[in-house]
Design a protein around this ligand. Structure first.
Ligand SMILES: Cc1cc2nc3c(=O)[nH]c(=O)nc-3n(C[C@H](O)[C@H](O)[C@H](O)COP(=O)(O)O)c2cc1C
Length: 277
């Protein structure tokens, strides 16, 4: 039996479970003083590398939101599970101007492209600059920010995903009870599920061509994963149209892909990935 739950204040935390990323966001106030606090309402935006962005949700009266409004820059630091106590320390309601990091084992290091510091102990860091700030009615503020750099502990960058997940040991936030007890979990058992191939009858079914594609371009298009194939088709045709063409050749396809940061090496990764199922 299912039953409708009452939607009460803080429903998104109290009743609805959102397993979340745990971050500590560092900012500077207008006097250059460091602030740090945990934030989890965060998501990525735009798959392509030209306009990588983060969208973050804040209480408008938080020091972090006010600092971002004043100085635009912030750093998203992802601590490993070993630093959950330090992360919680930065959540305390200290007065404006207090650097919460001084009450933790975290060490400040200079960021590469923004003025707020990064945290040495965090293996994964995004340096951001606010582009758009939306004040929703009531108390929430949404910041859409340009990612100026993604910074990692060096050895992580070339590591395969499974090893990287284990090495980073990022905690997963499970929300709180009464704004007092915060629940977290860490990686225990991990499963891997392979995405099945689209059955033959449906392959390319969503894709509609509005221009003539030569055979080689079409073959390349079909190696693009089905979930993004329609988007790639539409964007490639728009790009060719912009360039005054009425036909998509393999050279067009590759040139557009390259402009989007899809190097031949990256495209090859899709083509060569072997399905084990
Ligand atoms: C794990 C965790 C995640 C949090 N996520 C958010 C969030 O996404 N948005 C928010 O407004 N507050 C969030 N908070 C609460 C703020 O961190 C808290 O109000 C903090 O004191 C704000 O500090 P500041 O005023 O220095 O920015 C979170 C707290 C914890 C412990």
């Amino acid at each position: 039996m299912k039953k409708e739950a009452k939607i009460r204040p803080f429903w998104y935390s109290d009743i609805w479970l959102f397993p979340k990323l745990i971050t500590v966001i560092t900012t500077l106030d207008s006097e250059g003083r460091v602030n740090a606090a945990p934030y989890s309402h965060i998501m990525q935006y735009d798959v392509m590398p030209k306009h990588p962005r983060m969208i973050v949700g804040f209480r408008q009266d938080s020091h972090t939101f006010q600092n971002i409004c004043a100085t635009k820059e912030f750093v998203v630091n992802c601590p490993s599970a070993d630093h959950l106590d330090d992360m919680m320390e930065t959540a305390r309601f200290y007065p404006a101007g207090v650097n919460e990091l001084e009450h933790t084992r975290f060490t400040m290091i200079p960021s590469l492209h923004v003025r707020p510091p990064s945290i040495q102990e965090c293996p994964q860091i995004a340096e951001c600059e606010a582009e758009e700030i939306i004040r929703l009615e009531k108390s929430s503020g949404i910041v859409i920010a340009r990612i100026k750099a993604l910074v990692f502990d060096e050895e992580l960058i070339e590591m395969g995903r499974e090893d990287r997940i284990r090495r980073m040991n990022l905690p997963i936030g499970l929300g709180d009870e009464d704004r007092m007890d915060y629940f977290h979990t860490t990686l225990g058992h991990m499963t891997k599920h392979q995405l099945g191939e689209t059955p033959d009858g449906f392959k390319g079914g969503e894709v509609q061509l509005h221009m003539t594609w030569d055979a080689d371009a079409l073959q390349s298009l079909m190696t693009i994963p089905p979930m993004v194939r329609k988007m790639v088709t539409d964007q490639t045709e728009a790009w060719c149209r912009d360039k005054g063409g009425d036909k998509v050749t393999l050279a067009h396809f590759n040139a557009f892909a390259e402009e989007q940061g899809m190097t031949p090496e990256l495209l090859d990764r899709f083509r060569k990935k072997k399905r084990t199922a």
